[in-house]
Write a protein that binds this ligand. Structure first.
Ligand code: 2BA
Length: 109
């Protein structure tokens, strides 16, 4: 068994939940916060048999969209501008950041 940890944008999380349910994939949603943007995102925990990992990755790939977002860098990082005048810069936030990790044991009591 594997544990898939997928961090996705909030905008994609409802559709992804629906698609997991349609495919009979059990998942837990956590409300999380990105360390860089400090904005909300959603983390899914999916415990799944090894032979279904590719299926789950395909569902994630097909339902999570990469988007450009404007962010204002912290003033101390923007050396080109006077203090207090940081300009928004575009960054591309991924469709999903996914970790696949081995599971030593799985119990459902
Ligand atoms: P955030 O940390 O809020 O990052 C949002 C986006 O900001 C990132 O998109 C990336 O485009 C940019 N970014 C992040 N750190 C940066 C840095 N040090 N310098 C320049 N740009 C930076 P993604 O890479 O698609 O990440 C989306 C979210 O996935 C992240 O939100 C974070 O919550 C999570 N994440 C990404 N990589 C991770 C990792 N290695 N470990 C744990 N969580 C991760």
């Amino acid at each position: 068994m594997k544990l898939i940890i997928a961090i996705v944008q909030d905008k994609d999380s409802h559709l992804l939940s629906d698609e997991f349910a349609n495919a009979n994939v059990r998942a837990t949603r956590l409300s999380t916060t990105g360390g860089f943007l400090r904005a909300g995102n959603t983390t899914f925990l999916v415990g799944i048999e090894e032979e279904r990992v590719e299926e789950v990755l395909t569902i994630i790939r097909e339902n999570c969209e990469s988007r450009e977002q404007l962010t204002t860098p912290p003033v101390h990082l923007d050396t080109t501008l006077e203090a207090g005048m940081s300009m928004p810069v575009p960054i591309r936030v991924g469709g999903a950041t996914v970790f696949v990790v081995p599971v030593e044991a799985f119990h459902r009591f």
